[in-house]
Design a protein. Structure first.
Length: 320
């Protein structure tokens, strides 16, 4: 067998991006912005949604095709959905949320639990029971790395704690260990770039993996927006590092406004149409939801309106 080597040239490379964070940190919105920047104004986007259609709250703001993925959320199911989108020639594919593959109904943890039960459920078989789940996950990741479309994964995150013994008193204390993505431990580092987002600064990513050649695409404290996506897309296509021409990073206030619009729309869906109209008129002076996109609408009033609905709905749950 003969082997032929050719000069290495970066051209038409696909990228993998992972965005993890708590609720309200801007994962979905940032993913849509990055994807639009990656494929350009006329590129096609697919979004695989495991969150009961919540991504559709952004359908008025972004042009994308939507798939409502149902359980079981096995690695094979994710692979099949992504391959279908790739074969349909979408330029970028967003998966929201990838966490279900690990911890959702029918995901890897469920596969492990079922195998553990069949093996007798003892401590001695716990590690062995992970064999099939981890093998399925590895097969999925291997296929994702071959995908020719850009892939963006949104993942949930949870706040972890650890127990530490005080060196002098010997007493054990609970210490906050920060937010951790809900996924297989190596998944965030299989990506081209990955970030942790916070609800304190929605849309601003703290790098988990960001190599030197990609740092110019993601300036420190800048939003994960169309400009970042366009810059990474230029690099993937063989261009030089840096900002894409004609695409500027958006002001932080714009993502806060868009996040509030999405959250308010989600909460309004909990009420009938008549009540929605009354709430919008009373609290924001609006005659319809369309008015939420008015750039002159006060952000503080929008935030107060969202908080009020949150508190009311929470009280109804407690009563029930």
């Amino acid at each position: 067998m003969s082997y032929t080597f050719r000069r290495a040239i970066r051209t038409n490379t696909s990228v993998l991006i992972a965005l993890a964070g708590s609720s309200g940190s801007g994962k979905t919105f940032s993913a849509l912005r990055l994807a639009r920047g990656l494929v350009g104004a006329n590129g096609t986007l697919a979004l695989i949604d495991t969150e009961a259609g919540r991504a559709l709250h952004y359908a008025d703001r972004f042009d994308f095709d939507h798939l409502d993925l149902k359980p079981p959320f096995s690695p094979a199911a994710y692979t099949a959905a992504i391959v279908a989108a790739e074969e349909a020639k979408y330029g970028a594919i967003i998966v929201d949320s990838m966490s279900h593959e690990w911890a959702g109904d029918g995901g890897c943890q469920d596969i492990h639990d079922e195998a553990h039960r069949k093996l007798g459920g003892s401590d001695s078989t716990n590690v062995l029971a992970w064999r099939d789940a981890k093998l399925e996950h590895k097969r999925m990741v291997s296929r994702l790395l071959q995908c020719r479309a850009h892939l963006i994964f949104c993942l949930r995150a949870e706040e972890k704690i650890r127990f530490e013994k005080h060196p002098q008193t010997g007493k054990t204390a609970i210490v906050q260990a920060g937010w951790q993505p809900i996924c297989e431990k190596n998944f965030m580092y299989e990506q081209t770039v990955s970030f942790m987002l916070s609800d304190e600064h929605p849309g601003v990513g703290r790098p988990l993996k960001l190599q030197e050649q990609h740092k110019s695409c993601f300036p420190s404290s800048a939003l994960l927006d169309e400009a970042a996506g366009a810059a990474l897309g230029m690099w993937a296509g063989g261009g030089i590092n840096g900002a894409a021409p004609g695409v500027a990073h958006a002001a932080p206030g714009s993502i806060e406004r868009s996040m509030l619009i999405g959250e308010i729309s989600r909460l309004l869906d909990c009420f009938d149409l008549h009540t929605q109209a009354k709430l919008l008129k009373k609290h924001l002076g609006l005659s319809s939801r369309a008015g939420l996109t008015n750039e002159q609408l006060d952000l503080t009033a929008m935030a107060d309106f969202k908080q009020g609905m949150d508190m009311y709905l929470a009280s109804q749950v407690r009563k029930a």
